[in-house]
Design a binder for this molecule. Sequence first.
Ligand code: MG
Length: 280
Amino acid sequence: MRLVTFDCGQGARLGAFTASGIRDLGPRSMMDAIADLAAIRAACEGAPLVTACKLLAPLPRTPKNIFCVGKNYHEHAKEFAGSGFDGGAKDVVPPFPVVFSKPHTSIIGHGEPILSALDPTGGLDYEGELAVVIGTGGRGIAKADALRHVFGYTIVNDVTARHLQKRHSQWVLGKGLDSFCPMGPAILTADEVPDPGALTLSTWVNGQRRQHAPVSDLIFDIPTLIEAISAGITLEPGDVIATGTPAGVGIGASPPVFLKPGDIIRIEVPGIGVLENPVA
Ligand code: MG
């Protein structure tokens, strides 16, 4: 199923994208779908279709910060090292996953503006990423069991203020600003994704393609990330892990190209959909 959170003026509701359009599953939340997907499937039969509703982030508020993974595609790790924006790093390719987080107050939905004014340093950049949504929580999840803990997959734009990322060394202040985590448009449930490595991710800025890579190019694959994060932190249903961005970000260009008000960032993972946000 392809599940969405939407608002037609009555507050957040759960919906399912079908061939006929979005079916209204009522005043439920995505957490209800994570808790009992079979009940949601049953409710979808004959549910009314809705039109002209605003999509919200599929998980407008995650249980804890969104986990993110830095430098997780080989070509991106190279372009980031070459940019000089990573002064503290010793290795181009990290020996272990680089994990940081963004507060849930950074989450916005498809179509909502990225607030460039919150970065006073003029270094706004995009990072298109596949994100994993945890269904069954746990601590100490083994790699071999990891995909059984996944509820589904969505898209995240790991928006970054590059100068803030650099000057504060730790990445949360450069990446955790309000509106810096566009998410959506939908969550594709894991039963429809037998191999997440077979998904591809592409990003366009103002119609020009900047990123295009198969998820199989990840340095640390999704089971490895789940094993590493859950080794000492309990993952909970609804937790989100953004898996890292491929090559082609603005900081990788020479000279760097940063975003400006009016730019449109469009990220597509076929099967999940298109996440598009303007820069305000
Ligand atoms: Mg990222």
